[in-house]
Design a protein around this ligand. Structure first.
Ligand SMILES: Cc1ncc(COP(=O)(O)O)c(C=O)c1O
Length: 422
């Protein structure tokens, strides 16, 4: 199990007070905080090694290049990639998904082909593939969810045909928290030789990831959601798939040679890392991955299972007032809980929680189609990580209870007036 009290000491921001209250940070699906080790690694890079990579023979550039290359190796280890050069650094999951769509999709999807998406997709995975479909005259099909919020696997099997080229889905939903059965999806895809693009934005930070074992073709994830800095993300791809991609962002660092009428693309992964990369970001992300590996990703997952089960137990007494979306089974659910309080707008609840020092996200969480599918205008989302505690959940549930008791007043008066000083 995790030693949460020790872990919390590594996160300076957790000592912050918000509206005079101790910060309870439950917005980890949006972004996570950074431990001292990550902050220090970034400061150290700029203090001691700052230079551009792969550009010069001077000592600083050599050192910066070594650290940057080593960062690829650490990430490869973190997800059990076959080799470091299958790891492409990019900005974030959105960027990773766009790279695959434009570099693989535009080259390989043809008119009349099919792209299968799910109704639980984040916009950043859904929209690039819809664009590919528009540009290539391909057809988009959506897989539905069942009443528990799990992917409708039977529906997926029915939708797949010989024309299916790609199946795209989140390994973990950022709204329902559903953990999808990746291997089952891969088996379905392989029957028709479709490729599998997995959005790991919510899964990679929270559970073990073994790309060799999963059998997928591509995986994207974001550094900032796994203790790393913003502006750095990862696209992992199977070597043969990466090799069949056409670089879509081209320029410096992507080439071995250019003449006025020809170009020889660089080796993997450089041909997909156009321009000066986020060197400090990659080094910070590698430090984050090391931090997580030291804790153990199985322990991270177990901790979140415990937090989610505890939340379900504690809110049981409020079940007539609170509607929670997605499955109750932690076997298929990560540390994300989206809900609404009956009769109150989600933004009102989010604002009230903020005034009590609790940070959650409100709205549609970049998953509008999923909210429409659920018949919702939005939801409140609490999402956990390694530094969250059972005591914070006690405080969260007590605060929800207080908000419910203030419901009628909150419908009439501004949230600040009602909650400040309560
Ligand atoms: C499931 C999922 N996919 C993709 C993304 C996009 O991540 P980013 O904004 O870091 O590109 C998110 C972000 O919330 C997400 O939750």
């Amino acid at each position: 199990m995790l030693n949460v009290e020790e872990i919390r000491k590594d996160f300076p921001i957790l000592d912050k007070k918000v509206h005079g209250k101790k910060l309870v940070y439950f917005d980890n699906a949006a972004t996570t905080h950074k431990p001292r080790q990550v902050i220090d690694a970034i400061v150290e890079f700029y203090t001691k090694y700052n230079a551009n990579v792969h550009r010069g023979f001077h000592a600083l550039s050599q050192e910066a290049s070594e650290l940057y290359e080593e960062a690829h190796e650490i990430i490869a280890k973190f997800i059990n990639a076959f080799s470091w050069d299958e790891v492409v650094f990019c900005y974030n999951t959105t960027d990773a998904m766009n790279i695959v769509a434009y570099s693989w999709g535009l080259k390989n999807v043809e008119e009349g082909d099919e792209i299968i998406l799910t109704v639980m997709d984040h916009h950043s995975t859904m929209l690039p593939w819809r664009r590919v479909a528009e540009l290539k005259g391909a057809k988009v099909k959506y897989v539905d969810i069942d009443s528990e919020g799990l992917i409708d696997y039977a529906g997926l099997e029915e939708k797949v045909t010989e024309r299916t080229k790609v199946i795209v889905f989140p390994v973990m939903s950022n709204v329902l928290g559903t953990i999808n059965d990746v291997k089952r999806i891969v088996r379905i895809a392989r029957k028709v030789d479709a490729i599998v693009v997995a959005d790991g934005a919510q899964s990679v930070p929270h559970m073990p990831t073994n790309v060799r074992d999963l059998g997928i073709d591509f995986l994207g994830f974001s550094g900032h959601k796994m203790l790393g800095p913003t502006g750095i993300g990862v696209l992992w791809g199977r070597r043969d798939r990466l090799e069949e991609m056409m670089p879509f962002k081209v320029g410096g660092d992507t080439i071995k040679d250019v003449t006025l009428d020809s170009v020889v693309w660089h080796d993997l992964p450089w041909r997909f890392e156009a321009g000066t990369p986020n060197i400090a970001g990659a080094i910070g992300l590698a430090e984050a991955a090391k931090y997580l590996m030291k804790i153990g990703m199985e322990n991270v997952r177990q901790h979140e299972v415990e937090l989610v089960e505890y939340t379900f137990k504690r809110i049981e007494s409020l079940r007539t007032e609170i509607q929670v979306y997605g499955t109750r089974s932690t076997r298929y659910r990560g540390g994300v809980i989206a809900f609404n309080i009956k009769g109150l707008n989600h933004h009102t609840v989010g604002k009230a929680l903020d005034l009590f020092g609790i940070a959650v996200r409100t709205g549609m969480h970049c998953a509008h189609p999923l909210h429409y599918r659920l018949g919702l205008k939005g939801s409140v989302r609490a999402s956990y990580y390694i530094y969250n505690t059972l005591e914070e959940i006690d405080y969260f549930v007590e605060t929800l209870s207080k908000i419910i008791s203030l419901r009628e007043v909150l419908k009439k008066q501004p949230v600040e007036e009602v909650c400040t000083g309560t």
